[in-house]
Ligand binder design. Sequence first.
Ligand code: HEM
Length: 179
Amino acid sequence: MLGRWTFAPDVYGYGHAIGDSGDWAAWLLMATLAVTPLRLLFRKQGWTGWLLKRRRDLGVASFAYAAGHTLVYLWKKASLTTILAEASDAYLIAGWLALALFVPLAVTSNDLSMRAMKRSWKALHRLVYPAAILAFLHWIWSAFDPTTAWIHAGILAAIELLRVALQRQQRRGRSRIRA
Ligand code: HEM
């Protein structure tokens, strides 16, 4: 993306760079959130264990694309006055807030932070859910035709509903064993 935007700006302009980087950030976020339900559904399959080990990498990759996407925006606007003036648009407020929630998650996505933070690590990383809602609102509100954004939001909602249902089922199973 960066190569095309830098070396072929006539055919791959700002619209392409901001759109593609945003799409990749959102797709990687969806992939990150799909890991837990996939693991719960196919617990015995080795590939879900492989995915689980790479969940943090997927999350960090999503953040990297979101950060790149923001840099494309800042580079294009190139003026603090314009950036501050546009920051009151609802879709940009949602984008900035999503990015702000992503930062502590990306910074603590390493073994050292996991060990140091113990139980609070998991609590902090639950911020991924409000961040995802904000990122998808940002996408829906930014789009001229939000159909694609709504389709993706629907898929993400299905992934989350499945996760909640599977986790409930798992908890019920555990309490039955204890009883
Ligand atoms: C977690 C953070 C973010 C995610 C996941 C994200 C994702 C997206 C997605 C999926 C799109 C639509 C791309 C398309 O049309 O194919 C988009 C558009 C856009 N985003 Fe973001 N975004 C994030 C944060 C930000 C931030 C912080 C800014 C700037 C301050 C920003 C600025 C824009 C702009 C200018 C557009 C294009 C709107 C248009 O088509 O006119 N985004 N973003």
